[in-house]
Ligand binder design. Structure first.
Ligand code: CO
Length: 247
């Protein structure tokens, strides 16, 4: 929520005359929010609400890290709301953080610019991505390869795909790493960061590394909280807003 609130503030600042609404692609998150008594629209519900209020044009900005299934599901949804009878004049979907070769380079540079400044030589950094079976997973690999060329002690791994923590642990061992910084490569530092990255169970990334004597320091901040990364999402929103103006 800290990451999302920051992002909404930035969008409101960049587009002061455009109303901003939040919607959630994750069913699990919506369920949890509704149980906590909060409003949590799906993208479809939010679009329907806007349509009912007479909105003509809408940009849907993805806040996903990579173009996986949640992002790709937005594309036919946007088309449906645009092409249906009495639909919107135009619906444009803005790209997620990593959506092309240029983004990979920019994201790599942005990450290197926000790493803990007290990190010493030979101390590793591990970015924990979510990972997916969708072909979009290739973006985590692309980012890993790009960032390795800039700093060979920075690794990108995935929680639910390859490379997982075991593969990365072996690489850190080979390099004789003694300390690693753990950063979520997730929009927000939520459930996965607290449960799977640093939680108390023996399967968290922290426990796996500590078991072989690598000390860990976690930075529990989501990608959406860093201005350097947010700027890339905002640039994608700019592009979507430009496409929105087409007749
Ligand atoms: Co998950």
């Amino acid at each position: 929520m800290a990451a999302l609130d920051r992002m909404v503030e930035r969008v409101q600042k960049a587009w002061p005359n455009v109303p901003v609404f939040k919607a959630y692609t994750s069913k699990a998150i919506r369920g949890r929010m509704v149980r906590a008594g909060e409003q949590a629209d799906s993208v479809s519900e939010a679009l329907q609400r806007l349509l009912d209020q007479g909105t003509k044009r809408v940009a849907v900005q993805s806040l996903h890290m990579i173009p996986g299934s949640e992002f790709h599901d937005l594309l036919p949804l946007a088309s449906k709301f645009m092409l249906q009878e009495n639909g919107f004049e135009r619906v444009e979907v803005g790209f997620p953080l990593l959506a092309g070769e240029e983004d990979i380079e920019q994201v790599a540079q942005a990450i290197l610019s926000v790493l803990p400044t007290h990190r010493k030589a030979r101390e590793a950094v591990l970015l924990m991505g979510h990972g997916t079976l969708h072909p979009g997973n290739v973006y985590y690999e692309g980012l890993h390869d790009c960032i390795q060329q800039l700093d060979p002690d920075v690794f990108v791994g995935a929680l639910e795909a390859e490379p997982g923590i075991e593969a990365i642990r072996d690489k850190l061992m080979q390099r004789g790493v003694e300390k690693a910084f753990l950063l979520p490569f997730l929009f927000g530092a939520g459930h996965h960061a607290s449960k799977d990255m640093v939680g108390k169970s023996g399967h968290t990334w922290k426990s796996v590394l500590e078991k072989i004597g690598i000390s860990c320091e976690a930075v529990l901040k989501g990608a959406g909280e860093y201005d350097a990364l947010a700027a890339i999402w905002l640039a994608h929103l700019d592009e979507a807003m430009k496409r929105l103006e087409r007749r």
